[in-house]
Design a protein around this ligand. Structure first.
Ligand SMILES: *[C@@H]1O[C@H](CO)[C@@H](O)[C@H](O)[C@H]1NC(C)=O
Length: 485
């Protein structure tokens, strides 16, 4: 608990820019630049294709795949209780805890949630100290009585011989011991407890101050302050063709009848033209969200880190309706890039990507894998075999969130829902071989004791790092597919 409080205090600096439903103005058409990039076919013949094979039959039975049991690192209980560093800053925290470090408006929510939890705990502690004080008093009274009794016995025993002397001796020894306990040990313990209590009070005061500050800062809806680029287009591929070659935030309008919206365009990876549809990089955005949030999209599109334009993407999910709509414009490919905590990078690319509409619960279709990360979407977890593996394939699955269960793990049973256990919205089967929308764990390795439900709920890509390693960054990007020369 203490740790979480400190974590909350650590991130006051970075103000999140939640611009999700803010469509900004200042959009101008750029001068058309004709095919500035030699690598693209001049006529953008989009291939059509049908989504990959749709799903396996639901598997019956009571279990789900939860990560290979033998592979789960079992942290010793003692280690888990290790004392945490006392003062703030995300970087000072024990990496083992893997607690999300909220920023900006996320921080506000987390702080208020924590405040609610802390107050009763402190009250409880206070009551315990009071109780202890009281029981100390009554023991003190008891000792006084005993002292009187000893004195009386001493009187009575005079002349009663050796037996009584011995009895009295032992009584006196006991008396001395109890008196010492009451006079020295108890008060010391109480002093320690009161010290703890004072410290917690102090922390709460600081926390309350921080909450007040955050509240003030978050009162006005957060805004993106950087200018909108002059180039815009149907999507990022369109924009790069028009000369928008910098990776940054742009406004796109895939549907001429629809509302334009902001996205981050990656114009550098693998020739660019990618619409960033998902991004994780620092745990600043909560991905444990409802169906409606995933449908509409959430998070921060991009930040200006001082260069006058939004060239740093935030953590976000573009929104199932938008992703689905983009993928329906024509053949689409998907690039998933990820990085571990020691800087190694791998990717998974699918030349086919499709996402059905909400009426079909956004069924995922991917095909034609290449890459270095491992083909989790189509093959499932390669460390598993038979049914255990097929139940981790994501291709053909419907989308599930904690409030809308469409997975293949005993449909209809509220205690068997992947999204509830694994932290995010995703195309869960029973349950996953990759979990890009899972919980963000600082430092990578985590254990089932750190997971909310004991399951591998981190940002997992099993075919690269297994179930108990949560990636540092992961992103998903799509662009129109065309055959490379
Ligand atoms: C599937 O997993 C269960 C539980 O770990 C194991 O008992 C079973 O042998 C596995 N099946 C296969 C085909 O590996």
């Amino acid at each position: 608990m203490k740790l979480v409080l400190l974590l909350c205090l650590c991130a006051v600096g970075a103000l999140a820019q939640d611009d999700y439903d803010d469509y900004g103005e200042g959009k101008k058409e750029a001068k058309e630049v004709v095919d500035p990039r030699g690598h693209r076919p001049v006529s953008r013949g989009r291939e059509t294709y049908s989504p990959g094979p749709v799903s396996q039959p639901p598997i019956s039975g009571g279990t789900r795949y939860r990560g290979r049991p033998t592979a789960a690192p079992v942290g010793k209980a003692v280690q888990e209780k290790e004392e945490q560093p006392e003062s703030g800053g995300c970087n000072h925290m024990s990496e083992k805890m893997g607690v999300l470090c909220p920023t900006g408006c996320e921080l506000k929510k987390a702080l208020i949630k924590q405040e609610r939890n802390v107050k009763p705990t402190v009250e409880q502690l206070k009551r315990a100290v009071d109780d202890l004080t009281q029981s100390t008093n009554s023991i003190h009274g008891y000792v006084l009585d005993m002292t009187a009794e000893v004195a009386q016995r001493q009187k009575v025993s005079e002349g009663n011989g050796l037996v009584v002397d011995q009895y009295t001796d032992s009584l006196e020894t006991q008396h001395a011991y109890i008196k010492d306990t009451v006079d020295v040990t108890f008060p010391q313990n109480i002093k320690v407890l009161q010290g703890v209590l004072d410290k917690i009070r102090e922390k709460i005061q600081r926390l309350e101050k921080a909450i007040t500050t955050q509240r003030a800062k978050c009162q006005a809806p957060c805004k993106v302050t950087c200018p909108i680029p002059v180039v815009s287009g149907k999507e990022c591929e369109d924009i790069i063709r028009k000369g928008g070659e910098d990776s940054q935030m742009y406004i796109i309008r895939p549907d001429p009848l629809g509302t334009p919206y902001k996205v981050f365009c990656d114009q550098t990876s693998k020739n660019g033209g990618w619409v960033l549809i998902q991004n994780r990089m620092d745990g600043s955005v909560d991905f444990g969200r409802r169906w409606d949030d995933y449908r509409r999209g959430f998070g921060n599109i991009a930040f200006d880190v001082g260069k006058g334009h939004c060239q740093t993407p935030g953590e976000y999910w573009l929104g199932n309706d938008r992703i689905s709509q983009l993928s329906k414009m024509g053949a689409t490919e998907l690039l998933v890039e990820m990085e571990d905590w020691s800087g190694s990078k791998v990717y998974a690319q699918y030349e086919q990507f499709s996402m059905q509409g909400e009426a079909s619960n956004y069924i995922l279709g991917v095909g034609r894998y290449s890459g270095t990360a491992g083909n989790t979407f189509l093959e499932g977890a390669t460390e598993l075999f038979g049914e255990n593996r097929t139940m981790t394939i994501h291709n053909g699955m419907m989308f599930s969130t904690y409030d809308r269960d469409n997975d293949k793990w005993i449909p209809g049973d509220p205690s068997k829902q992947c999204s509830k256990e694994d932290g995010g919205g995703w195309w869960y089967n029973r349950c996953h071989s990759c979990n890009p929308n899972g919980r963000y764990y600082w430092g990578g390795a985590y254990t089932k004791y750190m997971a909310k439900h004991g399951t591998d709920d981190g940002i997992v890509w099993m075919n690269w790092k297994g179930s108990w390693y949560s990636l540092k960054t992961i992103s998903m990007k799509i662009r129109p597919y065309f055959k490379q020369k």
